[in-house]
Design a protein around this ligand. Structure first.
Ligand code: SAH
Ligand code: SF4
Ligand code: F3S
Length: 471
């Protein structure tokens, strides 16, 4: 048993990062542990979790488990959880209720909890006290150890908990079963050292650890060989890539290396405004296969709130960065994240956020009401704004965001754009895909065009998508 520890998770030491680069191998016994058994996995949270689930699936299949999409058919149920806001917690515990019922009729079912909530001390305490029937809990730092942990849980049948709060390692060669044949997630770094005062991620994902550039390039080259059309380079704060590496390599260098692999489309997320330098802007502008799309979280337009959030930039600096980006990359699409109702946010602070939205004219945005996370500094800040007022601000902000999103979409009518057709559309007989600028398009196209980047003329504009035909 190894329990999460908040104090440990908060620490950052100078200790060197260990790179584990051996092939990923299982014993003969582990390879057959899942024979005849089915797993069901449910993923919450961000792309990083989605990609972790792709690793988990591949590991389980190496153990001879097969995937099922029916909860009722599963012998093993895994919940890959997210801790970013309170409602993520509610969703997970809500779903556990359903599994409990199922397990009453089918006691052989093994239930596993992993992901960011598993890294939280209070969550694991609750699982130990009130959810003793949950069989195993493992964290974000030891996904590669799943076979061993699972074997212990299956043979002992008492709650098995293995969560590490130490700073972690970089582990290469974890197998992956990708959800798409055309688009791939590629981790470039793990963890985050920014410690924005509201955010749980630095505690659940540990210290910033960059993968070595050669491993990333190798992975992308391999994807090119397999016919992949797009990669998204993943990290909580990709612009800080490489700061922790011994051999110097920054995000600009890495983007250039990846661009030269010839993969048709490169995206990256998420960018923190603090580390976005001119060299990076230049490289995004220079290479045709780096997509003109940047997700640049603003969080707030008020300098006072930005300071309380620990974001390390001012409204002015943010606006200057956006202006540079738009100048160098004329076709740029820009999206953002905004939090309303941070402790102490006044009407005036909020209006500054609205002003920034008007200046930046975002293509779209994810907007959230502040949610206090246990153990973070912001959770202890005095927060007197009533929830009704916060809701009102959120609606007002969303109205403005939607106005600009609509305006941006209108500009596409009659235009010719490139779309990577990646799957069947929800609209019958059509395919769906995204433009270089990340607009969803439903296209009249034959199935044999799946996985291809095609020229599409935009024929109609809907609220959340575009319609088009192949030209
Ligand atoms: N690494 C990314 C963000 C990851 S979390 C970055 O720095 O931009 C995704 C978004 O969730 C954040 O941008 C923020 O807007 C929101 N978020 C994070 N913690 C939150 C909290 N405690 N309450 C409300 N929203 C939060
Ligand atoms: Fe959280 Fe800030 Fe790190 Fe993003 S940069 S993951 S918001 S601490
Ligand atoms: Fe959630 Fe963890 Fe991602 S908290 S947003 S799954 S890094």
């Amino acid at each position: 048993m190894n329990l999460p520890n908040l104090e440990e998770a908060r620490k950052r030491t100078q200790q060197k990062i260990t790179f584990i680069e051996e092939p990923y191998e299982l014993s003969e016994e582990l390879k057959t542990l899942g024979r005849g058994k089915k797993y069901y996995i449910r993923t919450y949270g961000c792309q990083m979790n989605v990609h972790d689930s792709e690793n988990i699936k591949a590991i389980l299949e190496k153990m001879s488990f097969t995937e099922t999409e029916e909860l009722e058919d599963a012998d093993l149920i895994l919940l890959n959880t997210c801790a970013i806001r309170e409602n993520a917690h509610h969703k997970m515990f809500g779903f556990l209720g359903r599994i409990k019922h199922l397990k009453e009729d089918h006691p052989h079912i093994i239930t596993a909890i992993c992901g960011c909530m598993a890294q939280e001390e209070s969550v694991v305490e609750e699982l130990q006290k009130k959810y003793k029937w949950v069989d195993l809990v493992f964290g974000t730092h030891n996904i590669h150890r799943l076979p061993t942990i699972l074997e212990r849980a299956m043979s002992r049948r008492e709650q098995e908990i293995e969560v590490y709060s130490k700073e972690g390692e970089v582990i290469e060669n974890i197998p992956v079963k990708r959800d798409s044949k055309y688009k791939a997630w590629v981790n470039i770094m793990f963890g985050c050292d920014k410690f924005c005062t509201y955010c749980i991620v630095p505690y659940t994902r540990g210290k910033q650890r960059s993968r070595k550039p050669e491993w990333i390039v190798h992975e992308v080259e391999d994807l090119v060989k397999q016919g992949y059309q797009e990669v998204t380079l993943l990290g909580q704060n990709v612009n800080a890539y490489g700061k922790d590496l011994e051999e110097p390599c920054n995000m600009g260098n890495l983007l250039e290396l990846v661009a030269k692999t010839g993969i048709p489309r490169i995206r990256f997320m998420t960018s923190h405004p603090w580390d976005f330098n001119d060299e990076m802007i230049e490289i995004i502008g220079k290479y045709e296969n780096i997509m003109p799309y940047v997700h640049l979280p603003l969080q707030s337009g008020s300098d006072r709130i930005l300071k309380l959030m620990g974001r390390r930039y001012t409204k002015q600096e943010y606006l200057e960065l956006v202006s540079k980006l738009k100048k160098r990359i004329p076709s740029l699409a820009l999206t953002t994240d905004i939090i309303v109702g941070f402790p102490g946010e006044t009407r005036e602070d909020f209006e500054e956020t609205l002003e920034v939205v008007k200046t930046c004219e975002y293509d779209s945005a994810f907007t959230f009401i502040f949610s206090p996370r246990e153990g973070t500094p912001a959770a202890k800040m005095k927060d007197e704004t009533p929830i009704e007022e916060k809701n009102k601000r959120l609606y007002e902000l969303n109205d403005l965001i939607n106005e600009y999103a609509n305006l941006k979409n209108q500009q596409y009518l009659g235009k010719k754009v490139k779309v990577l057709l990646e799957g069947p559309s929800e609209k019958e007989g059509k395919l769906m895909g995204y433009t270089e600028t990340m607009k969803l398009v439903n296209v009249d196209a034959k199935e044999e065009l799946l996985g291809k980047i095609v020229d599409v003329e935009i024929t109609d504009i809907k609220t959340w998508s575009l319609d088009g035909k192949v030209v």
